[in-house]
Design a binder for this molecule. Structure first.
Ligand code: GLN
Length: 253
């Protein structure tokens, strides 16, 4: 058994340690004796997602998202849409999440027409949504709580064919208004959570790995690991964040 992981746009979309999600995915496989390989696919490189089991896309600033537009038009957008329809497992964070929707209109009026693989759109706001977060993951995304860190000005709104990843317990989530965080469509899981997200949320990391391996091999039972340290870090953040909930959520640009 082997897990082939694509790290898409590591050169442009990699904020707040998002690349650490790749390290976490590989390490939790290694601890189980499961082989993995990671291919970094930067701007300009060819992309063939049929070769992969799991795709990761990190976050980026508005101008970095703009840099991607030309590259997406030259085949990557079609490739990503086709792979999502073929149920590839994907984790997209913040800017990478927004890129999967139809567009991102920034607060200063720039409009990035993105790939429209998921029924959602993003509009920039004058307030940046910054801070530690706690979310309740929906059962269809593995359940449990997620702790993370958000920093975005974009407010994302989900269409009818997309479910949220989670409900907001503390933080802003998609838009600071409707109590939703992230998105889930087929095997695509999106979040505004940087940090990186996965090390402090081992259950969600394993849920992604199981989803990716089951698609390739029919089923995948991952042996339990000793997650005492990860759980202690996770629970410490829940205590810290929920005791501060509501303080200084929005920052003027
Ligand atoms: N540039 C986007 C925004 O500000 C995404 C930011 C990010 O990836 N952290 O909303």
């Amino acid at each position: 058994m082997k897990c082939r992981i694509c790290h898409l746009y590591p050169d442009v979309l990699n904020l707040y340690g998002d690349g650490g999600n790749i390290i976490c995915l590989q390490q939790r496989l290694r601890w189980r004796g499961i082989e993995s390989e990671v291919q970094r696919v930067p701007i300009g490189a060819p992309l063939r997602l049929a070769d992969f089991d799991l795709v990761f896309i990190g976050g980026g600033q508005d101008f970095e998202q703009e840099v991607l537009l030309e590259d997406l038009k030259h085949g990557k957008a079609d490739e990503i849409r086709a792979a999502i329809s073929d149920d590839i497992c994907m984790l997209a964070i913040c800017g990478g999440y927004q890129m999967l929707g139809s567009y991102h209109e920034t607060h200063d009026g720039k409009r990035f027409d993105f790939i429209g693989a998921l029924d959602l759109y993003t509009r920039g706001s004058p307030d940046r949504m910054i801070g530690n977060t706690v979310y309740e993951c929906l059962p269809a995304c593995g359940g449990g709580t997620l702790v993370g860190f958000e920093n975005h000005s974009g407010k994302t709104w989900l269409g009818s064919s997309v479910e949220p990843l989670a409900k907001v317990i503390a933080g802003s989530g998609n838009n600071g208004e409707d109590g939703t965080e992230g998105a889930h469509y087929r095997n695509v899981f999106c979040s505004y959570s940087h940090g990186p997200l996965l090390p402090k949320n081992p259950g969600f990391c394993d849920y992604l790995l199981q989803t990716a391996l089951a698609r390739r091999y029919g089923s995948a039972e991952l042996a339990p690991l000793d997650d005492a340290a990860e759980k202690a870090a996770h629970d410490a953040m829940i205590r810290r964040v929920t005791s501060q909930a509501g303080s200084g959520r929005h920052k003027k640009k």
